[in-house]
Design a protein around this ligand. Structure first.
Ligand code: SF4
Length: 347
């Protein structure tokens, strides 16, 4: 009896990994998906808590892709291990704090460990030559294969014909002729293939699979590292950077101000960890104080929070200050004027 050939596919939830996986499944290979949770993933967090994109389906796109493909998905928590990738990337960062090449290498290395443990034969990624300036270039592809240790156990079905044959092709596990030669930034070949496979509702690429490609998010992370004096983080830190308006009126404290109801609910979960402020005389946002704020700092913080409340034009707004242990007091403040929040406070 011939042994069933098995592959694991890195599923981001985007179109490319969906197509690459399907292309290999079409050739009779048993495929399971793997998705690495770094803490920076966009899916299933900000989209889920903000009202703004209510019309969009709230879903984990990796799980959704696996469901479309009819395969099992393994979601692997790599939060701690990923810190070293982000903090010390050998190949540096992209346009923002995205260490894409090191990140890809890390994920392929983790997939390699996984296939060794589970007796699978090779790894699939949805990479396309020339699609991303840092990690998906023709010259970086062999580097990722080599540095991850995967070597030719790594198959990139969407551009395989432009690369040397890999183990899966040489062994006849997949027919090279049935793979693809996609390259460049155009999405047209992928869209045509999606139509051919009958995929209609797939996640649109939005610049990257994680928050590290986002300029504003990266700025907040740099601010966090600078104020702490070390490049470290915990999961809560990086989650909170995704939420709210961040203002740093003084070097020793930052305010996180909810922008909408969903964010208010999310920040409420952190009131036992941070001093929090909310307006009581007028409808207004919830804000957390990150850092050490003295009495004058809290007066300033309250005036800022009042500025974002419905009492912004009032003479006086009452703001409740709540300590993490639940002890509350009320400050009566005059809201800051429109021009009194300088641009340099915005993190
Ligand atoms: S966009 Fe983010 S998750 Fe994707 S390769 Fe780059 S750093 Fe990794």
């Amino acid at each position: 009896m011939t042994r069933q050939i098995k592959a694991v596919s890195l599923i981001s939830g985007g179109l490319d990994s969906l197509l690459a996986t399907r292309a290999v499944m079409e050739q009779g290979v048993h495929v399971e998906g793997i998705n690495f949770f770094t803490g920076f993933c966009v899916e299933g967090h900000t989209h889920a808590i903000r009202q703004k994109d209510r019309a969009k389906p709230k879903r984990n796109n990796a799980l959704w892709a696996a469901e479309q493909l009819g395969i099992k998905l393994h979601i692997v928590d790599v939060i701690d291990e990923y810190k070293d990738v982000l903090i010390n990337p050998q190949h540096g960062y992209g346009a923002n704090l995205n260490p894409c090449q090191d990140c890809k290498t890390f994920m392929v290395r983790k997939a390699l460990e996984w296939i060794a443990e589970h007796d699978f034969d090779f790894i699939i990624t949805g990479e396309v030559i020339g699609q991303r300036p840092m990690s998906q270039r023709k010259d970086t592809m062999p580097v990722i294969a080599r540095e991850s240790g995967a070597g030719d156990r790594l198959l990139r079905p969407l551009c395989a014909k432009l690369l040397p044959p890999t183990l899966a092709e040489r062994e006849g596990w997949v027919e090279r002729e049935k793979l693809f030669d996609f390259s460049g930034r155009s999405r047209k070949p992928q869209m045509a293939l999606a139509t051919q496979y009958g995929f209609r509702d797939y996640a649109q690429p939005a610049g990257g699979c994680c928050f590290l490609t986002d300029e504003s998010y990266s700025r907040k992370l740099v601010d966090l590292w600078q104020t702490r004096g070390e490049r470290e983080y915990e999961l809560d830190d990086i989650m909170l950077l995704k939420v709210g308006r961040h203002l740093r009126p003084r070097p020793h404290f930052k305010l996180l101000i909810a922008r909408e109801e969903g964010e208010v609910h999310f920040l409420e979960g952190y009131r036992r960890r941070f001093v929090s402020l909310n307006t009581v005389s007028h409808i207004g946002p919830l804000a957390l104080v990150d850092g050490t704020a003295g009495a004058a700092d809290l007066e300033l913080a309250a005036a800022i929070v009042a500025r974002y409340s419905q009492g912004r034009d009032a003479e006086q707004v009452e703001v409740e200050v709540r300590e993490p242990d639940g002890v509350c007091r009320t400050l009566k403040v005059r809201p800051l004027g429109a021009g009194a929040i300088p641009a340099e406070w915005r993190v």
